[in-house]
Write a protein that binds this ligand. Structure first.
Ligand SMILES: Nc1ncnc2c1ncn2[C@@H]1O[C@H](COP(=O)(O)OP(=O)(O)OP(=O)(O)O)[C@@H](O)[C@H]1O
Ligand SMILES: [Mg+2]
Length: 358
């Protein structure tokens, strides 16, 4: 598979300082775009590319939302196995008693409920790559069975007669420090060393600030093109706000913030307040966190009142745009209109356009 490095110049004022940047693009599948320009991340991509060629196991670590799964797909696509299957299994999402048969498969009648033979994920990945997501969540008994499979490259179906050979490349991710799990004896040391042949740590978004405007613009194009493209750029104030924010949810949070801003924005340029990163007084505390820290403003109040406040607040946020407010609230425009008529009859006038603050 060929990887293509294209260079762009960022159009936003602040992002200009970081240009040019190099999104590394897997040509055959735009869903696998991996965008980066910060030197810290470019170094990780370089290492991922080397790892891809080697075929060795890679342990990808990093905070939630940093792009561990994206880089895992990138490694698969850049490897000799690119045309074969990429199979992902989230070890945290599946209860312990089901994980074994999910991984290894089972024969008919292996346990009550096993009505037919089932191929496990390790077998399904034969010839390709398996991604074991959140590996730290696997219980110790299963870790022992996985270790055998990794060492022997053999899969033993639950209730099976004899193991089968598989040709798989193993990638694993963790957002916990796996070595400290080893010290706590909740993760097997031998399995840790088997998986951690090439360690790849993805820095948090705040540790690679040059990526912030670049990724924001990428998501702007990605989501804006879903309908008729409306937005061209971010205001300087919104870029500054994004650079100052600490992004606890990393790239996933940035992606959501841009997506939300596209729904809320009323002009060609995305303004700071549409990103909803700071409370209106700008004291640097995130609005959502701010809300969570104080006692719930909705507690002990009638639902109709909470609903009315949510509708009016949203209209203020959208500058009085009812279509957009209905979209954000997840209700029909007709339902919104009916509610507003009711509020008007109770003496609440719908808000007018919001004043510009950036
Ligand atoms: N460099 C990047 N370029 C483009 N999109 C990215 C990049 N990094 C992350 N994303 C996007 O951010 C979101 C989160 O990425 P991903 O699922 O890979 O994170 P993760 O580290 O596996 O998170 P978790 O630990 O919660 O599973 C996805 O929608 C992904 O497409
Ligand atoms: Mg993940």
């Amino acid at each position: 598979m060929t990887l293509d490095a294209e260079s762009f110049r960022a159009e936003d004022g602040v992002a200009d300082a970081a240009a040019p940047f190099y999104p590394v693009r897997a040509r055959h599948d735009p869903a696998d775009d991996f965008i980066c320009c910060d030197p810290a991340m470019v170094a990780v991509v370089r290492r991922a590319r080397q790892a891809a060629e080697s075929g060795a196991s890679v342990l990808i670590s990093g905070e939630s939302g940093t792009g561990k799964e994206v880089i895992a797909r990138f490694i698969h696509n850049a490897s000799r196995r690119a045309k074969a299957a990429f199979v992902a299994l989230n070890c945290a999402a599946i209860p312990d008693h089901l994980l074994e048969s999910e991984l290894f498969g089972h024969e008919r009648g292996a346990f009550s409920g096993a009505i037919g033979r089932r191929i496990g994920k390790l077998e399904a990945a034969d010839g390709g790559t398996i991604l074991l997501d959140e590996i730290s969540e696997m219980d110790l008994r299963l870790q022992a069975k996985l270790l055998r499979a990794v060492q022997e490259r053999e899969v033993d179906r639950v209730g099976g007669q004899r193991p089968m050979k598989v040709d798989i490349r193993i990638l694993a991710t963790t957002n916990k420090d796996l070595l400290s799990e080893v010290k706590k004896q909740t993760f097997r040391e031998d399995l840790y060393f088997r998986l951690n042949v090439i360690p790849l740590h993805i820095p948090s978004l705040r540790q690679r600030p040059d990526d912030i405007p670049v990724l924001a613009r990428y998501f702007l194009r990605k989501y804006d093109s879903r309908s008729a493209p409306r937005f061209r750029s971010f205001s300087d104030a919104s870029i500054k706000a994004m650079l100052a924010y600490h992004w606890p949810g990393n790239v996933r949070e940035l992606e959501n913030a841009v997506n939300r801003a596209i729904v809320l924005a009323t002009e060609d340029e995305i303004r700071r307040q549409c990103l909803d990163l700071f409370p209106p007084d700008g004291n640097g505390v995130r609005l959502a966190g701010h809300r969570a820290e104080r006692p719930a403003a909705s507690a002990g109040r009638p639902l109709w009142q909470i609903e009315r406040d949510a509708i009016i607040d949203t209209l203020v946020m959208t500058g009085g745009n009812r279509t957009r407010a209905a979209e954000v609230l997840g209700i029909s425009i007709r339902c919104l209109r009916n509610k507003l008529q009711l509020y008007a009859s109770q003496g609440f006038a719908p808000p007018g356009p919001a004043s510009r603050t950036d």
